[in-house]
Design a protein around this ligand. Structure first.
Ligand code: KIV
Ligand code: ZN
Length: 514
């Protein structure tokens, strides 16, 4: 019998710390349900003390999820732990994850605490968290740059206080695989009560080594890996869930454990996270990139036709790459639509929401005869953008583009109940449209990123546009989908402006008091 490798997904917490990736409560619930379908063991849903919005999102995920453990992050402070305990009350299975920094630089410069004070905070936090749940995880932040002797002291103390998972974060992505693996082996061997806890790792990707470090830790005794879909996360991101899970599964000859995830859900989940956060997946990204299973060169194609294993180490179907299946069409009825949506984990709050979604579906089916799962996901993303505090909406857009002429766009938008119309010229239809919108909303923001992805294949496919706006240090991503990419671009720009103009009340967990 192989050991179980616990998969702890932190897309909704560390992933959300990527600049511009903040998610609404409903978006978090949709992603959490996709993770639950994949049989992820633990879902870190957020940092409840960050804001009222974060608290409610963790609460909503805790109420919606039945088969995975739902976790909330808390600094080693009473108020954070109480907030996490409160948010997780409705969960079938809950975990509180508390942390404090342990590297010399963090203790001296950020916390201004002695090592003994840090141990006191950690022990107190774990004991308080145990009042809410038996399932408590402790992380010594910046463990990758902490002294091993000190890690042994603090980890032994928190196990005695009741922590059952010890997570070793390489917070700044500084470790090397061999060294990180050796640290895990040493900790397990040196800490006298280490058999009472599961060792976990949480690696950042600053040097592109997050997955390698995580796998090295697994080879040295770690039995939980913290990771995110598409490797989303603070700065260069976290270890990517799909890479860790598929490496362990593909190399069962090498690893002494396996995750038991339903890997066929990986691609759907990756697309969902990308569409909700507006972070496109690069085509050559392992497992979930559009080219990950594409064989371009003649030699490779010839080899694969003769024997698939000449160039393929995994089956595309095993990670959910099916050739786009048409699931619904122009003549599909409300019931078929509702049933497919339920299979994708989308439940409508009431008849009005279902009617609205069904109406949008019919509009799309008129333009695009075959509707795929990806189209349905985009449709729901769009509906949930609009359900948020959206005070600007696109009413109409007219674009004139002709060879030899400068393109011109006229846009009408709705701002807080008033209709405004503006026009602008631009280098192309998209440029003219975004300039026309900007002339009305006047954000003065910098356009930091503009990208278009086809949701499915074919010239009638919907294009999904991501727009990143930056103003006074605040970064937001907006997304929009349409069969016409100029309209998708306008929707994405307006979505980003709505986000930019909504108040940002969140606190960053690692920049607070402790
Ligand atoms: O990177 C990190 O150290 C974290 C901790 C809160 C676990 O995200
Ligand atoms: Zn992290």
């Amino acid at each position: 019998m192989k050991d179980k490798l616990i998969i702890f997904d932190t897309t909704l917490r560390d992933g959300e710390q990527s600049p511009g990736a903040s998610m609404t409560r409903d978006e978090k619930v949709r992603i959490a349900k996709a993770l639950e379908r994949m049989r992820v063991d633990v879902i870190e849903a957020g940092f409840p003390a960050a804001s009222q919005g974060d608290f409610e999102a963790v609460q909503a995920v805790a109420d919606a999820i039945k088969d995975s453990t739902v976790c909330g992050l808390a600094r080693a402070l009473d108020k954070d732990i109480d907030r996490a305990g409160e948010a997780l009350k409705g969960a079938q299975s809950s975990r509180i994850h508390t942390f404090i920094a342990t590297s010399p630089i963090h203790m001296q410069k950020k916390l201004n605490m002695t090592p003994d004070q840090v141990i006191d905070y950690a022990v107190r936090a774990v004991k308080r968290a145990r009042q809410y749940t038996d399932n408590v995880e402790f992380s010594p932040e910046d463990a990758g740059r902490s002294e091993e002797d000190f890690l042994c002291r603090i980890l032994e103390a928190v196990i005695d206080a009741g922590a059952r998972t010890l997570n070793i974060p390489d917070t700044v992505g500084y470790s090397m695989p061999q060294q990180f693996g050796a640290t895990i082996a040493n900790l397990i061997q040196r800490i006298p009560n280490s058999d009472k806890a599961i060792f976990s790792v949480h690696c950042h990707n600053d040097l592109g080594l997050a997955v390698a470090n995580s796998l090295s830790a697994v080879m040295n005794g770690a039995r939980q890996v913290e990771c995110t879909i598409n490797g989303l996360g603070e700065r260069a991101g976290n270890a990517s869930l799909e890479e860790v899970v598929m490496a362990v599964r593909t190399r069962q000859d090498f690893f002494p454990c396996d995750s038991g995830l339903d890997t066929r859900e990986i691609v759907t989940c990756s697309k969902l996270v990308s569409s909700i956060t507006g972070f496109p997946v690069q085509p050559n990204k392992a497992i979930v990139g559009a080219n990950a299973f594409a064989h371009e060169s003649g030699i490779h194609q010839d080899g694969v036709l003769k024997n698939r294993e000449t160039y393929e180490i995994m089956l595309a179907e095993d990670v959910g790459w099916t050739t786009n299946r048409m699931v619904l069409g122009k003549h599909s009825g409300r019931n078929a639509f509702k049933t497919r949506m339920a299979e994708l984990g989308v439940e409508f709050a009431g008849e009005a929401e279902l009617n609205d979604a069904f109406y949008r579906f019919k509009q799309l089916a008129d333009k695009k005869h075959e509707i795929f799962d990806e189209d349905l996901q985009a449709l729901i993303s769009e509906q949930s953008f609009e359900a948020e505090d959206e005070h600007i909406k696109l009413v109409s857009l007219k674009v004139c583009s002709e060879t030899g002429e400068v393109p011109n766009a006229t846009v009408t938008i709705w701002i807080d109940g008033k209709e405004l119309t503006g026009s602008a010229h631009g280098g192309g239809s998209v440029d003219a449209s975004l300039k026309a919108i900007e002339s009305l909303v006047q954000t003065g923001a910098t356009l930091a990123l503009y990208s278009v992805n086809n949701i499915t294949t074919g010239t009638d496919a919907q294009g999904e546009v991501t727009v990143r706006l930056e103003k006074a240090g605040r970064i937001v991503n907006g997304s929009g989908a349409d069969t016409d990419i100029v309209i998708a671009s306008a929707k994405a720009y307006i979505n980003a402006v709505n986000k930019l103009q909504s108040p940002d009340k969140r606190q960053h967990p690692q920049k607070g008091e402790v």
